[in-house]
Design a protein around this ligand. Sequence first.
Ligand SMILES: *Cc1c(COP(=O)(O)O)cnc(C)c1O
Length: 360
Amino acid sequence: MNRVVDLRSDTVTQPTAAMRAAMFAAPLGDDVFGDDPSINALQERVADMLGFEAALFMPTGTQSNLCGLMAHCQRGDEYIVGQSAHTYRYEGGGAAVLGSIQPQPLAQNASGQMALADIASAIKPDDCHFARTKLLCLENTWNGHPMPMDYLAQATTLARQHGLAAHLDGARLFNAAAASAAPGETVAAAARRITSYFDSVSVCFSKGLGAPIGSALCGSKALIARAHRVRKMAGGGMRQSGLLAAAATHALEHHLERLADDHALAQRLAQGLQGIDGLQVRSAQTNIVFVDVADGRGPDLLAFLKARGVLATGLIGLRFVTHLDVDAAGIDRAIDATRAFFSQGAAPASALAAGRAAVY
Ligand SMILES: *Cc1c(COP(=O)(O)O)cnc(C)c1O
């Protein structure tokens, strides 16, 4: 009953008993020698599923994106990316620091899309004044928003017309796929429709899919060969990593179709929070719910929820993420605790200060 309802991220999931059993049973080798059968099976499976020649297992999505960007771009090249895209904003500037790749960040609309006209005018002519524009990087889902298929088609077609390659940060690709699947279409088939627009894609197994660790970069054989060298440089050459690959393979086999359950729980949460005075549901797409909290009470709400065993993240806006380890009862606890916070009225200033101290 008092189990913590952890809605901070879909990265917090514990491997299921069946996933642990698959890890325990995995045949292992040494992946730096290329002979870990569980790694090789995962790489073939994910490449095949997403329609690419090859794939490379990575410890993190950050390293996967970095290896992808550095496989596409040389020192002095440039990539076009959203102003609040993960690769630009939340990866320590790795493309610039480690790859000498110049980012060209562009504004995004509320759904994460860069305007096609902005992309077109950011592509530099071949002139010694400019960095060489080589790559367009999109993210799907972005803050939970699945990108419309026609936007993916238009943006990547525009990139190709100018000789740019296209990379997808698909940390939550399968959430986008689950949201975009036509009736009767599998999540894997919908994912493949999305990835068909891209030269490379990075996917995370450690988010909605529920694996403990791991990502994969997919692309052509030549691109993956270049990325392999970067991964080694970045310290990502692992040994008996088939233990981790087995968890990812288990997730691909068993956790794709159930992503719809996470999306339904996010809707349940959004509906339960709607209409609470002092709080506004800003967006509730796929498995992520964002709310705006009035009067600077976000940190106090966060502390109040935490004291009642409900964890979220944020400041002015709060973020709640659903996943494998939350159920309807947990969501209802989050709703009830939020209602309780707003029905108690404004807390005295000293309590606000105490709440803040508790958060940070
Ligand atoms: C989580 C995430 C990543 C990679 O994160 P890691 O913590 O390095 O695995 C990349 N892009 C997006 C959009 C993400 O949400």
